[in-house]
Write a protein that binds this ligand. Structure first.
Ligand SMILES: Cc1cc2nc3c(=O)[nH]c(=O)nc-3n(C[C@H](O)[C@H](O)[C@H](O)COP(=O)(O)OP(=O)(O)OC[C@H]3O[C@@H](n4cnc5c(N)ncnc54)[C@H](O)[C@@H]3O)c2cc1C
Length: 416
């Protein structure tokens, strides 16, 4: 086993939406940067586009880029996976046995898909027995195959316990499938059901009302709330749900089921001194500095803050982390504050989107000067064409906007 020891001034764990952008920002801002990114994957994925891949709108190959083309060339890219962290010794340990010391640590490791938490489910079942999922690059193509070949019957779309990444994604694919069945002329032979652990369709009332009144009821999509998928019987095509209020078991037959897997904090955080009670990275929800280890910051899906886990949240968090880290390095008090911004382009059909934007406390914080609670073609075109550009040329390049802008430009808000 390789047990080399290295030390870097700043170590970033993860080269995803959060980590790649942070690496660029730090390389640009610091005079003599000594930044290492620990990231095992050769490929970086633009996950928000998987909703449209599952609906047959874009090819899945367009959602990936080589990590080597994305990370700054001057950064020390350590192709390894973090398996442990010792914040008292200021070091992380990797799968290959390396111990990497740091002065400052930025944790941006995303989250873990926990397929096995559903009894009878494993990732290799996706693509068989009417089971599909948009939640990973390897499975997303099956969603479109199954929706396209559906000839009628019951299609179920599930939502696991929160928190998950992009809490809107489990319902977006239900709306797209329903729209596709309608366009194909088979809608009257289809039952479309959305089954969720949450008490309602969306956490922000304005958008919940819009979705119920303008989308779900008129289009006869059945909903069942406070129900958790606990088991799957693939051969019998049965899904077993637990009623979270009564504890009763409900068995539903299906012909197609789109699963959103249960999601958990990364193992190396969960149970470490950096974790909160639920296992997520414990940072102050405004400064994004760790609550007990001031030389640790975090952003993205791995943090335990009560915002919606989205790339849009990362876009608002990244400038806060950079500014606060720079101040902390100079021994100054932290002044930048993240307000909980998150965004969810709720694609409600082919050519229609409600753009939800909100901050902590479920307060609406919209970008455009019109009612974003309405389904709009313009917001669909934003999702389809503009946001990928904002992501690839802006967010993951460490820029707030695709073209370079003055450093302190803007609040950091905006969907991705
Ligand atoms: C189907 C779907 C639809 C979505 N739709 C939207 C949307 O419309 N809008 C939106 O804003 N967001 C959306 N999202 C959410 C968005 O993709 C995530 O919130 C965003 O990618 C979070 O960035 P991150 O860097 O925290 O995590 P990721 O981008 O997942 O990156 C985490 C990185 O950490 C690496 N890593 C993991 N474990 C370790 C380890 N132990 N050591 C080192 N590296 C590690 C991984 O390899 C990965 O590269 C969607 C997600 C999905 C799945």
């Amino acid at each position: 086993m390789n047990t080399t020891h290295q030390h870097h001034s700043i170590v970033i764990v993860g080269g995803g939406a959060a980590g790649a952008g942070m690496a660029h920002r730090l390389m640009e801002q610091l005079k003599t940067p000594d930044v290492a990114v620990i990231e095992p994957s050769e490929v970086h994925y633009y996950q928000p586009m998987w909703t449209l891949v599952g609906a047959g709108i874009v090819a899945k190959e367009s959602t990936r880029k080589r990590m080597s083309d994305l990370l700054p060339r001057e950064v020390n890219w350590i192709r390894d996976r973090v398996v442990g962290v010792d914040p008292d010794q200021q070091q992380v340990e990797t799968a290959s046995g390396q111990k990497i010391g740091y002065d400052w640590l930025i944790v941006a490791a995303g989250l873990k898909l926990d397929w096995g938490k559903v009894d009878g489910l494993s990732k290799d079942l996706i693509g068989q027995h009417g089971i599909c999922s948009n939640y990973s690059y390897d499975t997303v193509q099956h969603t479109w195959e199954m929706i396209r070949n559906f000839e009628g019957g019951t299609a179920i779309f599930t939502m696991p316990p929160m928190p998950i990444k992009c809490p809107g994604a489990p319902q977006k694919i239900a709306y797209l499938a329903e729209d596709y069945f309608r366009r194909k002329g088979i809608r009257d032979r289809c039952t479309v059901k959305y089954v969720s652990t949450t008490p309602g369709i969306f956490g922000v009332k304005k958008y919940a009302d819009a979705l119920m009144n303008r989308v779900i009821k008129p289009r006869n999509i059945e909903t069942r709330f406070k129900h958790n998928l606990v088991a799957l019987r693939p051969e019998a095509k049965e899904a077993v749900f637990e009623n979270l209020e009564t504890g009763e078991t409900v068995v539903e037959k299906y012909d197609l089921i789109h699963l959103t897997p249960p999601q958990s904090p990364p193992d190396f955080i969960n149970g470490s001194p950096l974790a909160n009670e639920a296992g997520w990275l414990e940072v102050d929800q405004h400064t994004l500095q760790h609550s007990r280890y001031p030389n640790v910051f975090g952003l993205g899906d791995c943090v335990g803050t009560p915002n919606s886990k989205t790339a849009a949240a990362v876009r608002a968090q990244a400038p806060v982390v950079v500014r606060n880290l720079a101040r902390a390095m100079r021994g100054e008090s932290l002044t930048a504050k993240y307000d909980g911004y998150g965004s969810c382009p709720l694609v409600t059909g082919y050519g229609r989107t409600i753009l939800a934007e909100f901050i902590y406390g479920g307060k609406v914080r919209e970008t455009f000067p019109f009612d974003q609670g309405k389904e709009r073609l313009s917001m669909y075109l934003l999702k389809r064409y503009i946001l990928p550009w904002v992501y690839w040329s802006g967010l993951v390049r460490g820029r707030q906007w695709p073209a370079p802008m003055p450093r302190d430009f803007g609040s950091g808000h905006g969907p991705v």
